[in-house]
Design a protein around this ligand. Structure first.
Ligand SMILES: NC(=O)c1ccc[n+]([C@@H]2O[C@H](COP(=O)([O-])OP(=O)(O)OC[C@H]3O[C@@H](n4cnc5c(N)ncnc54)[C@H](O)[C@@H]3O)[C@@H](O)[C@H]2O)c1
Ligand SMILES: [Zn+2]
Length: 380
């Protein structure tokens, strides 16, 4: 017998800044130059189309930015591609891989991805398979990407009717959260990421949960200071979990950061992308928190505080899809439990709050209680 044991250490920084491509902003240049061993650094930038449209002149700004940087070559003008949930499929992947491979990038080069969570997932997946992985720098442009999806170690696209069914675990080289991008978000995407903050707060930080509830009105009214504070704390809790939980690549079955997500992923797919990820997470949190109350894990008043706060922010804790039946007359949402179980590897692990700021894993879900939760949301 030959035994092999391999340990690979990963580390990356998450920076918070404004106007990342302004010539005076050195954050990105410093990140790239921090890589040792090679004198010239090559970089290819992929940008979500919406960003190029809403921020006219940004491509020229990026070209000027890299011209002003010593030892960094932008291998072509920024490549503009469609983003959003609809772009998160295999059609784009072949094209992205062809461009990356055809741009003569090597594994020491950089791919810089500018966009929302869906775009980061799609381009990040392609970057993780070309040459078995090119270093990626994520520049997240939505609240949800800045506080949750962009700071983690996963990517993925939707295939076979399932969310994120194809993807890899690939830590980024670095992440830059540029708050100035958030100004152009529509109201739905402005609040969407706040649901992820409630998710992580409910299972990890009761004080943060209460702060979120107290500031619900500020999130709705686009208070930038509150939003930026929320993004930082949420990103910190998220990355803290990945770095310290002992299972960053999810070899085990526990998925605390997927609290509220079994139904959220199903709802998103059932709505064919019409319900945003964060909007679905808000509904998923309400369902699973109701469940936790019924199981004696959470106080009714904490559930009420959660739902009132989410609604005050502007979330609608309802979708008619919750009552949609399949051909056998069963609620379609329930197949989200089976899909979640399959994704985990056969055994169901659902995280629920166990009091505020703490969590517990359960291995089965009682459909009768979920049905009551759905009825409760429908009656509200
Ligand atoms: N990889 C992970 O670990 C992980 C974790 C959580 C969520 N996700 C994924 O992230 C995605 C959700 O991310 P999202 O909420 O950012 O959605 P998104 O990327 O679909 O962006 C939402 C909308 O905002 C637009 N947009 C992006 N930046 C903008 C800006 N600055 N101004 C105006 N509009 C802008 C997009 O074009 C899109 O229409 C889902 O696909 C979800 O599955 C991944
Ligand atoms: Zn999520």
């Amino acid at each position: 017998m030959i035994k092999a044991r391999i340990s690979v250490g990963y580390g990356y920084e998450i920076h918070f800044t404004r106007s990342v491509f302004s010539i005076r902003n050195s954050v990105l240049k410093k990140i790239i130059s921090s890589r040792e061993g090679k004198r010239r650094h090559e970089i290819l930038v992929f940008m979500e189309k919406k960003i190029a449209t809403l921020h006219p002149g940004i491509s020229d700004e990026i070209i000027r930015y890299f011209k002003s940087a010593e030892n960094i070559s932008l291998v072509s003008a920024p490549l503009v591609m469609p983003g959003g949930e609809g772009g998160k499929n295999f059609k784009l992947i072949e094209n992205l891989c062809r461009i990356m491979a055809g741009s003569h990038l090597c594994r020491q080069s950089f791919i810089c991805i500018v966009g929302g969570g869906a775009f980061l997932d799609t381009v990040g997946f392609a970057a993780s398979i070309v040459h078995r992985g090119i270093r990626q720098i994520r520049i997240s442009t939505t609240v949800l990407a800045q506080n949750d999806s962009g700071v983690g170690v996963k990517n993925g696209i939707n295939m076979f009717g399932m969310k994120n069914s194809i993807g890899t675990f690939t830590p980024p080289f670095a992440v830059i959260n540029d708050f100035s991008f958030l100004d152009t978000l529509g109201q739905r995407d402005w609040i969407s990421g706040v649901a992820e903050a409630f998710k992580v707060a409910m299972i990890k930080d009761a004080g943060f949960f209460r702060w979120l509830c107290r500031n619900a009105g500020k999130f709705k009214s686009r208070d930038k200071a509150a939003m930026e504070k929320m993004v930082r704390r949420c990103a910190e809790l998220h990355v803290g979990h990945i770095a310290k939980s002992g299972d960053p690549f999810e070899f085990g079955s526990a998925r605390p950061l997927d609290f509220g997500h079994w139904s959220a992923h199903k709802l998103e797919m059932m709505s064919a992308g019409k319900i945003r990820h964060g909007e679905a997470v808000a509904i998923g949190l309400a369902l699973d928190s109701f469940y936790a109350v019924e199981k004696g894990l959470l106080r009714q008043k904490d559930f009420d505080l959660l739902t009132v706060s989410l609604e005050r922010i502007g979330f609608r804790l309802w979708s008619d899809l919750l009552l949609k039946k399949d051909r056998r007359g069963r609620l379609e949402i329930f197949s989200g439990i089976r899909e979640f179980r399959e994704h985990l590897g056969g055994e169901l692990h659902v995280t629920l709050p166990n009091g505020l700021g703490r969590k517990i894993e359960v291995n089965e879900l009682d459909e009768e209680i979920i049905l009551n939760a759905i009825r409760h949301l429908g009656d509200k």
